[in-house]
Design a protein around this ligand. Structure first.
Ligand SMILES: *[C@@H]1O[C@H](CO)[C@@H](O)[C@H](O)[C@H]1NC(C)=O
Ligand SMILES: *[C@@H]1O[C@H](CO)[C@@H](O)[C@H](O)[C@H]1NC(C)=O
Ligand SMILES: *[C@@H]1O[C@H](CO)[C@@H](O)[C@H](O)[C@H]1NC(C)=O
Ligand SMILES: *[C@@H]1O[C@H](CO)[C@@H](O)[C@H](O)[C@H]1NC(C)=O
Ligand SMILES: *[C@@H]1O[C@H](CO)[C@@H](O)[C@H](O)[C@H]1NC(C)=O
Ligand SMILES: *[C@@H]1O[C@H](CO)[C@@H](O)[C@H](O)[C@H]1NC(C)=O
Ligand SMILES: *[C@@H]1O[C@H](CO)[C@@H](O)[C@H](O)[C@H]1NC(C)=O
Ligand SMILES: *[C@@H]1O[C@H](CO)[C@@H](O)[C@H](O)[C@H]1NC(C)=O
Ligand SMILES: *[C@@H]1O[C@H](CO)[C@@H](O)[C@H](O)[C@H]1NC(C)=O
Ligand SMILES: *[C@@H]1O[C@H](CO)[C@@H](O)[C@H](O)[C@H]1NC(C)=O
Length: 652
């Protein structure tokens, strides 16, 4: 306890030390609102502070609003670059533009420029940035993020877009805001965030003030070298214009934070501060190392280590600090997604891309999932299983390290109807299904301990750069000793509704047959591009309906099974192959577990060695206890099938 407090203190000192070192001379200000007294903080051309906002083009109250160009800049300059370094900045502002004509005109821009005066005749389509002359001369020196409200030029995307302009009125990138529910000139406040990290300039917009800096609010990100377009020192602020079309261009709040590079004049000061900071940092690191080594014995996790030592070939153990470095301290930018039991981050380690899963502290099953993953897939090696590279348990953090899958998870591809995601061809789909069946066959029959995955679903299937499928997320997997093969089932209900076999709702057991069922549902999804959904009648738990299975059986009964093919494939597939896969999927989803084929059979059908099992055209009723098997190669039977009513489902 005491140690962790000391650690925190040292971290604090370290952080402060780093801040002092890097934030030398930074321009920072915040106008939560604009007051009359803030007049002197701004350099204004035709603009005013009225009604708590900068009116960038004047709000003349009855006078003419036409053909104005205005400008308002912060009165202190911003040092953008020097010989060897570039500055970075963040700025957030709230815009309110209300059209006075239909449509409004012309727009407002956030600018960086050394020019404190506006060029003549820069109203109208010029947005107060440049005029016809300065537009053509490279000397105009202005970089702008424009919020354009009128299509005043054929090159304009529409009358509601954000764009980046460099030294002229032409846009190097433009994006419409219409799809984001924002109408720039609607007289409704919206928030914009512009960020420059030294390489990329990114613009974010949000209808409200909360969390504007968020990946989903990103409008565009564009690599740009500001030092190539602008002088070392610039002013930051806004310009706006009207034409015959008019609007009130208001900025209601504005904050700015820029990190600058220490100028030549302050070198002396730097010579004093840097050694001090270095001493503090070195002292802090030594102190940390000392504390770390003293607390190592007490801090590690004897039970987890012991459990993991029991499995012979466990994967590599990582250090927390290595993984923090690899993932940029689990930064938001590196977040890949939210997995079943935690967040997944992208990282770079020893030159290769990795994915790091941070098992949620809040998940009380966290520790169990963590151990399951390491002990099950950790020792396995199959081209269709996501490879676990290592793990880390330190300071109550459970972390798992996997190979990185550039194409993400399968669900993103099969469910995004009409979206721009690339469509999967029949060949790719077939390859995915075959790969997964190989993985599952291997888990069921190929290793010395039988492994049940228990949570087969599209979001647990990852795609590598060639769209080869890899089964992942073994958080729910359980190993069954080969000697206990006769039972080959495990109690403790788990899985994802929609992929759960009907008998699961009665006996709560995971078996090879429940894995086969889930695999069948997944096959149907991959072929049809439809989501599985299910209906569970609370009164009568055996009345379980899996809609994708029912839907397909209905098509099959009416002799239209080929209608199930995902329309996005058009007709570019082999009809016999498709039919065989659909029938196989149905066979796997047989309500009666003993009628489902084994993975061995599934694989044979997929490789064309045998034809798909006969499937009754009428969907068979779910009978419990199950009927005796009818497939000759069903070599395991369900034993001890007493009925347990299940009251709690752990879905995810
Ligand atoms: C704006 O004016 C208020 C009131 O005088 C003042 O407290 C605040 O510091 C000013 N804001 C800035 C950024 O100068
Ligand atoms: C910008 O904001 C982020 C937090 O959102 C911060 O981490 C970063 O240091 C800021 N950059 C600058 C230049 O202020
Ligand atoms: C502002 O634009 C809307 C359409 O976007 C229009 O209905 C409205 O009349 C315009 N306002 C004025 C004052 O022209
Ligand atoms: C553009 O602005 C410059 C500087 O204000 C001025 O000298 C020039 O005449 C203007 N050009 C036009 C076409 O108005
Ligand atoms: C430019 O502005 C001046 C005065 O501001 C005006 O006399 C002249 O007509 C304008 N030129 C153009 C091309 O608009
Ligand atoms: C502005 O200047 C750019 C670059 O010189 C040129 O390509 C563009 O046509 C000009 N735009 C207008 C509207 O004159
Ligand atoms: C935006 O500006 C318009 C016109 O000035 C005003 O009617 C409206 O109330 C403003 N919006 C907010 C949220 O204040
Ligand atoms: C803020 O706006 C975003 C979209 O820009 C929306 O998703 C979110 O729900 C809004 N939040 C509030 C509190 O209105
Ligand atoms: C800049 O943005 C591009 C996408 O436009 C991205 O690929 C690149 O990684 C970004 N670079 C940095 C340094 O953020
Ligand atoms: C603006 O309106 C005036 C008067 O109606 C007209 O003469 C002029 O051509 C218009 N200008 C533009 C750019 O539409």
């Amino acid at each position: 306890m005491k140690n962790s407090l000391a650690c925190k203190l040292l971290f604090l000192i370290l952080t402060i030390a780093c801040k002092i070192r890097t934030q030398v001379k930074c321009l920072e200000f915040d106008f939560p609102t604009f007051e009359a007294s803030n007049d002197s903080d701004l350099i204004k051309v035709n603009s005013y502070i009225v009604l708590g906002a900068i009116q960038v083009t004047p709000d003349t109250r009855g006078g003419s609003l036409t053909n104005h160009a205005g400008r308002a800049l912060y009165n202190k300059p911003f040092k953008l670059w020097n010989k060897d370094k570039k500055a970075t900045f963040n700025t957030t502002f709230v815009i309110n533009i209300s059209n006075q004509t239909d449509p409004g005109g012309e727009g407002l821009a956030f600018v960086l420029t050394p020019e404190t005066t506006a060029p003549q005749n820069s109203s109208g389509m010029w947005l107060g940035l440049v005029n016809e002359t300065t537009n053509r001369t490279l000397g105009s020196k202005i970089v702008a993020v424009e919020f354009d409200t009128r299509k005043s030029h054929p090159d304009d995307l529409d009358g509601n877009h954000v764009a980046l302009n460099v030294n002229n009125i032409n846009s190097v990138v433009q994006e419409s805001l219409t799809g984001r529910g924002i109408k720039i000139d609607s007289g409704v406040d919206f928030t914009a965030h512009v960020r420059y990290d030294g390489n990329n300039l990114s613009v974010y917009v949000s209808r409200n003030n909360s969390e504007v800096y968020n990946q989903r609010n990103l409008v565009f990100s564009r690599a740009i070298d500001l030092s190539a377009s602008l002088p070392e020192t610039v002013y930051v602020g806004f310009t706006a214009s009207t034409s015959n079309y008019t609007e009130l261009n208001c900025v209601r709040s504005w904050s700015f934070e820029g990190l600058q590079i220490d100028g030549d004049g302050s070198k002396l000061w730097v010579w004093i501060i840097v050694p001090i900071v270095c001493l503090v940092v070195i002292g802090a690191i030594l102190g940390l190392l000392f504390l770390r080594s003293r607390s190592r014995a007490g801090e590690t996790s004897p039970d987890i280590e012991a459990e993991l030592d029991n499995c012979a070939t466990n994967p590599q153990k990582f250090k927390l600090r290595e993984l923090k470095r690899a993932t940029g301290n689990f930064s938001h930018e590196n977040k890949l997604g939210q997995g079943g039991f935690g967040m997944v981050f992208k990282g770079k380690w020893e030159g290769r891309d990795i994915a790091v899963k941070r098992v949620s502290e809040k998940s009380h099953q966290g520790k169990q999932e963590f151990i399951s993953e390491i002990t099950t897939i950790g020792s396995l090696n199959h081209r269709n299983l996501v490879k676990l590279l290592g793990w880390c348990y330190e300071r109550k953090e459970y972390l798992l390290v996997y190979e990185y899958m550039p194409n993400g998870s399968l669900d993103k591809y099969i469910f995004l109807q009409g979206k721009s995601r690339s469509n999967l061809t029949w060949e790719t789909r077939k390859n995915i299904i075959r790969g997964l069946s190989q993985a599952l066959e291997y888990l069921h029959n190929g290793c010395d301990k039988r492994i049940l995955h228990r949570d087969i679903k599209a979001s647990n299937v990852m795609l590598d750069s060639d769209f080869n499928a890899k089964l992942g997320d073994f958080g729910l997997a359980r190993m069954i000793q080969q000697s206990e093969m006769t039972h080959h089932s495990t109690k403790e209900i788990a899985g994802t509704p929609g992929y759960m076999a009907p008998e699961t709702f009665l006996n709560g057991r995971a078996t090879v047959e429940t894995d086969v069922y889930a695999f069948g549902v997944l096959m149907l999804e991959v072929v049809s591009g439809k989501k599985p959904s299910y209906v569970l009648d609370k009164e009568n738990q055996s009345n379980y309906n899996n809609s994708i299975v029912n839907w397909l059986w209905e098509l099959y009964r009416n002799g239209n099974i080929m209608d199930a093919a995902d329309p996005r494939m058009g007709s570019s597939f082999n009809v016999d192959e498709m039919k065989s896969v659909l029938l196989l999927g149905l066979a796997c989803c047989h309500p009666n577990p003993n009628q489902r084929p084994s993975m061995k059979t599934v694989l044979k059908v997929l490789t064309g060695e045998t034809s798909p099992p006969d499937v009754p055209t009428e969907r068979p009723a779910f009978v419990w206890p199950a009927m005796p098997p009818s497939f000759s190669d069903v070599d395991y039977s369900l034993t001890g099938s007493q009925i347990n009513s299940v009251t709690e489902l752990t879905g995810r």
